[in-house]
Each structure stands twice: as structure tokens, then as C-alpha cells.
Design a protein around this ligand. Structure first.
Ligand code: ZN
Ligand code: ZN
Length: 367
């Protein structure tokens, strides 16, 4: 039996669990206990809110949920996992499945749960912090994941095209944000991947703030940053619109951010350093005298979560891999005046980026 969001539909969960089993063995672990629900979903297809998985270095794999989710697990969890029923608090039953050196999500398991688990497994099991094993796998998307992200990106393109028709000046930021969210849902999105940002004029120079009940002014810049989810996967896109004539500096900053964004895009390919790609945009902006006004990283990975690995920033580590899905989103923010950010969502390929965001980046005026 397959469902749209389920394991059978993406057909790759066995491959994921296989790769995880290799990573578990490579770390010298007998098994990994996966408690983070996003990681559980990635591995098993299970989208409910109480479940965990155990993946052994020897290939053994079990999925545990309680009675409320048995039917859902039946539909969603692939046959590669032994499906087990536990009590609502799953740790006690999980403890029985564990033996030897067992890694756990130290970033996700609470101190309280860890203490409880340690008490349950006693001397039999050595619990080893092993955060990031599943996250590392998640950073490289397979074709079915890219397809979902691309669909979510296409819905954003359509919503922005609608926005262009409806206009901006005179509407409040909140009205525009609500209309965009409605539009995305009507077009088939499950929801938004984060609260939509609509920030006009000086508001656009502030760190992500909630849309206000203030009308958007004419002859200003408006940052619109939005994303939605399709079959669990997120998209993320930013465009900055003009609501009329711009003064010279605003037009220049827009052109600068666009040039920096395109140069950074050109640097995206498998093997490029996460820090180096960030530096391409950062240097272009610094050379124009606005280095201090680009106060965030260039981009982030996007998948089941809106912010995941890899990170493109001055603190980014490692190199990009084919199949990473990342944003490229430089910005310049002039305090009390305006902000400009341009963000594309791209798939990293061997020879360059495959850009999923289709809405034009040349300055679009929406009055
Ligand atoms: Zn964004
Ligand atoms: Zn982003």
C-alpha cells in the first residue's frame, strides 16, 4: 500500500537506512537510536508525532510507535523496518531493542529522557552521543526529495506572480502576507515553511520582523520572503520589489545585491567550499562599501526543515556535495532606510547550480 507522503511513494527509504547502517558501523557503533521525528520521518516515511527508529550497524532496523499510530505506520513505514508497538512512552520498549555501543541524538534527546534511558538499559548498553549522523545523510537529496522541493518552489513562483498582479502600495504588510499564505495553500501547499516576511521601507532593514498593520508606502523597497511545504519538503525564496520610483542609492544597492547573488550562484558546484561561496558574495558587497550591512550568512540547506545542512557562511564547514539543496541569499540593510535581499533555492550539481526559483530577479516594480 502506498500513500503520497509515504515510504513506498519515495521508494528510497531502504537506501537511506542502508547508508545510515554504514555510517553507524563506521563510527564503531552497534546501533543508532533515532528519536528526532524529522529524522524518523526521513528514514522510515512515518509522519506521525510519536515514533522512533533503531538502525543497527549490521543492518537490523526497527520502528516503534504506540497504538494510536499503528494504521499510519502500516501505510507509511517501509517493509525494511520491523514495525513494533510500544507504550505511549516509547523509551522503555526502545531500551529492550538496544545492546552494546548505541549512539543517540544528543542534540535532540532531552537530558531527562537520556537519564531515563540510561536507567532502563543499565550496564548492558553504552550510550554514545552521535548527533548529526542522519542530518549528514539528509543534506544530500535524492531525486524524489528534489522533486518535492521543486514543486514547493514552483508554488512560490506562482504566488509571487499573483502578488505582482494584485499590487503592493497601500496594502498593509499583514494583508499581503496573509494573501500570499492563502494563495500558496489554495495552490496545493500543505502550509508555509516559516511565517511569511513582508517588510517595506525601513522595516526591511530590521532582522526578520512580523508583518505590520502598516500600509506599504509608494516609491520604496519591500522585502518578501516566503516558502511553503509540499509532501513534507520546504521551499524558500526572497524577492525585493520596488513600489514606484527609487532614489539612486536604493537602485544602486539593489543592483549590487543582485550582482553579488549572481556571482555567488556561479560559484555553487560540487566541491566548492561552503565558506568560499559565502565569501564571493561577501567580497562583492564589501568592495562596494556595504560589508557591514550584510549581517547574515549567504545561505542554508533546505529540506524537511527550513534550516538544515549545509550552511553557507563565514563559519561554514566543508564543501558542497552534489544533491545538496541550498539557498543563496545575500542582503544589504541600511538602518532606518531600507533593505534588499534576493534569495534563490538551488540544487548543487557537479557542474553548477540548478536554480529552482523562477521568479525574475531584475528589479520588478509593483505599485
Ligand atoms: Zn527566505
Ligand atoms: Zn532562507
Amino acid at each position: 500500500v502506498s500513500t503520497a507522503g509515504g515510504a513506498a511513494a519515495n521508494g528510497s527509504d531502504d537506501a537511506r537506512a542502508d547508508r545510515l547502517a554504514e555510517a553507524v558501523a563506521a563510527r564503531g557503533l552497534d546501533a543508532l537510536l533515532v528519536t528526532n521525528l524529522v529524522n524518523v520521518r526521513y528514514l522510515t516515511g512515518f509522519s506521525g508525532t510519536n515514533g522512533l527508529a533503531v538502525v543497527g550497524g549490521d543492518g537490523r532496523r526497527a520502528f516503534l510507535t504506540d497504538f494510536r499510530y499503528l494504521d499510519q505506520a502500516e501505510r507509511e513505514v517501509g517493509p525494511g523496518f520491523e514495525r513494533l508497538r510500544g507504550k505511549q512512552d516509547l523509551l522503555e520498549d526502545a531500551a529492550r531493542l538496544l545492546d552494546g555501543r548505541v549512539g543517540f541524538d544528543d542534540e535532540h534527546l532531552t537530558v531527562k529522557s537520556h537519564a531515563r534511558l540510561a536507567g532502563l538499559v543499565e550496564e548492558r548498553v553504552e550510550l554514545v552521543p552521535a548527533d548529526g549522523l542522519v542530518e549528514e545523510l539528509r543534506a544530500v537529496k535524492d531525486a524524489s526529495e528534489v522533486e518535492r522541493i521543486a514543486r514547493a518552489a514552483a508554488l512560490v513562483d506562482e504566488a509571487l506572480a499573483d502578488l505582482r498582479e494584485r499590487g503592493l502600495a497601500g496594502r498593509t504588510e499583514r494583508e499581503v502576507a496573509l494573501a500570499l499564505e492563502n494563495d500558496l495553500r489554495e495552490r496545493g501547499a500543505e502550509g508555509v515553511s516559516f511565517p511569511i516576511i513582508v517588510a517595506g521601507g525601513a522595516h526591511g532593514a530590521l532582522p526578520p520582523a512580523s508583518p505590520r498593520d502598516e500600509p506599504i508606502e509608494r516609491d520604496s523597497l519591500v522585502i518578501v520572503d516566503l516558502g511553503c511545504t509540499v509532501a513534507g519538503y520546504c521551499s524558500d525564496c526572497t524577492r525585493t520589489f520596488a513600489t514606484g520610483a527609487l532614489d539612486t542609492e536604493a537602485a544602486e544597492v539593489y543592483a549590487l545585491v543582485l550582482a553579488a547573488q549572481e556571482r555567488a550562484l556561479d560559484a555553487v558546484r560540487a566541491g566548492a567550499g561552503a565558506r568560499e561561496v559565502d565569501a564571493v558574495a561577501r567580497e562583492a558587497i564589501a568592495d562596494a562599501g556595504h560589508g557591514e550591512e550584510f549581517g547574515h550568512g549567504l545561505g542554508h540547506g533546505v529540506g524537511l526543515e527550513i534550516h538544515e545542512r549545509p550552511r553557507l557562511s563565514p563559519l561554514g564547514e566543508g564543501t558542497l556535495a552534489a544533491g545538496n539543496v541550498v539557498t543563496v541569499e545575500p542582503g544589504v540593510y541600511l538602518s532606518e532606510r531600507f533593505g534588499v535581499r534576493i534569495e534563490d533555492l538551488v540544487v548543487v550539481r557537479e557542474d553548477g547550480p540548478e536554480v529552482l526559483s523562477g521568479f525574475p530577479k531584475a528589479l520588478v516594480t509593483v505599485e
